[in-house]
Design a protein around this ligand. Structure first.
Ligand SMILES: Cc1cc2nc3c(=O)[nH]c(=O)nc-3n(C[C@H](O)[C@H](O)[C@H](O)COP(=O)(O)OP(=O)(O)OC[C@H]3O[C@@H](n4cnc5c(N)ncnc54)[C@H](O)[C@@H]3O)c2cc1C
Length: 354
């Protein structure tokens, strides 16, 4: 392992200052469950590691009238044990599936959202695009766990976050802050014209609330990352809109009973009126370089009575544009089934089909 400076700030201001120095070649340490491995394997080489666990304003879960504010440092166990767990079932489904107390006790919400891909070529030093001598190692090699959607460009890894699919289905936002206002121009470039964005400059602090669905990026060149975060930027909070009577569920297809990453997952949020779907959002995970929003399937569901057959059709629609690689066409069926089961789980019908 290379040597690096270690810093442990206690306030937001201190943390941002420490992160912006060294030309931004710094890394955020939250629970450390993933970052330590990246450092040990030399996959990332920061000059300074900034341990944010003691930043007290980035801790805690606060309920507001119109939603819930979750600090970046909140652990998965803390979410699970909080009263909000009854309202946001799709988040708890993810925590239930982790089955590793090391991860749930130390892993944080923001650490999950920002974790880097588990692609074995990336983790072995070939970069996010996994190129060697101008060839894609993924396209010609072992691609059984790689992307089946959004994989036409050079990036073929799958997004690692398990919370992102359910959080995006909830229309979550993240608070991103930086000491360098100039960086925010980049963030605004990735937003579609109709996306809501708020920002203000106060001294040198720049704050932005970004809808989580615009947070993830598919890199096209080696210099690009997997999120909009630029050097020195950090997530401080996650905002979930009030649950009201929305129903939600996540269904993950896992191979192991212990430490594992899903091969495919689907999360949904549904508004129902007498069994008829009034609004729907479906997001797939671990099938594309970013969480994958199934817009067409969700739109088609509106106005339907949610039965097993309808859920199955929605699943088929969600993966209809899949372009599997040489060794992963099995994931298409998995993703389709994950959508069907997430929809049935959200409406308490899953037991009837298993
Ligand atoms: C051996 C091993 C097994 C694992 N098994 C599982 C598993 O079974 N299930 C699972 O879901 N995950 C697993 N993971 C992945 C990961 O540990 C968890 O997802 C965890 O939630 C990450 O949270 P953390 O707080 O420990 O993040 P860290 O390891 O501290 O950070 C992860 C990444 O996020 C960045 N980061 C952290 N916080 C912020 C922030 N506030 N703003 C900006 N960037 C930030 C870090 O710089 C780093 O790049 C595993 C990892 C390892 C190494």
């Amino acid at each position: 392992m290379r040597s690096f400076e270690y810093a442990r700030p206690e306030t937001e201001g201190e943390a941002l200052e420490l992160l912006s120095e060294h030309g931004g070649n710094t890394a955020v340490l939250a629970g450390g469950t993933d970052l330590m491995n990246l450092l040990k394997r030399d996959v990332i080489q920061p000059d300074r590691v900034v341990d944010i666990k003691n930043v007290s304003s980035w801790r805690g879960i606060k309920r507001h009238e119109d939603g819930v504010l979750i600090g970046a440092n909140v652990t998965l166990d803390e979410i699970n044990e909080h009263a909000i767990s009854a309202d946001y079932r799709s988040l708890i489904d993810v925590i239930d599936g982790i089955r590793a107390i090391q991860i749930t006790a130390h892993g944080t919400v923001a650490g999950d959202l920002c974790q880097l891909p588990h692609c074995w070529y990336f983790r072995n030093g070939y970069g996010l695009l996994a190129m060697k001598d101008g060839e894609s190692l993924v396209a010609t090699g072992d691609n059984r766990y790689h992307a089946i959607l959004g994989n036409s460009g050079p990036a073929k890894f799958v997004s690692a976050s398990r919370f992102a699919p359910p959080a995006i289905a909830w229309d979550a936002k993240v608070r991103i802050v930086t000491r360098r206002p100039a960086n925010v121009e980049h963030v605004s470039n990735v937003l579609p014209a109709n996306a809501k964005k708020t920002e203000h400059v106060e001294n040198v602090l720049h704050e932005e609330w970004l809808p989580l669905e615009y947070f993830f990026l598919t890199p096209k060149t080696n210099g690009q990352g997997v999120t909009v975060l630029k050097p020195g930027q950090v997530i401080t909070h996650l905002w979930l809109p009030a649950a009201s009577d929305t129903r939600s569920a996540t269904y993950e297809v896992l191979e192991l009973n212990g430490l594992d990453q899903p091969q495919a997952s689907a999360a949904c949020c549904l508004g129902l009126d007498g069994g008829i779907v009034r609004h729907a959002k479906i997001v797939l995970g671990h099938v594309a370089p970013t969480p994958w929003i199934a817009h067409e399937a969700a739109k088609w569901l509106v106005g339907q009575q949610l039965t097993s057959d309808i859920a199955e059709t929605a699943g088929r629609m969600a993966v209809s544009k899949a372009t599997p690689l040489s060794h992963n066409d099995y994931k298409v069926q998995m993703a389709q089934t994950a959508v069907k089961r997430a929809l049935l789980k959200a409406t308490n019908q899953l037991g009837e089909v298993l």
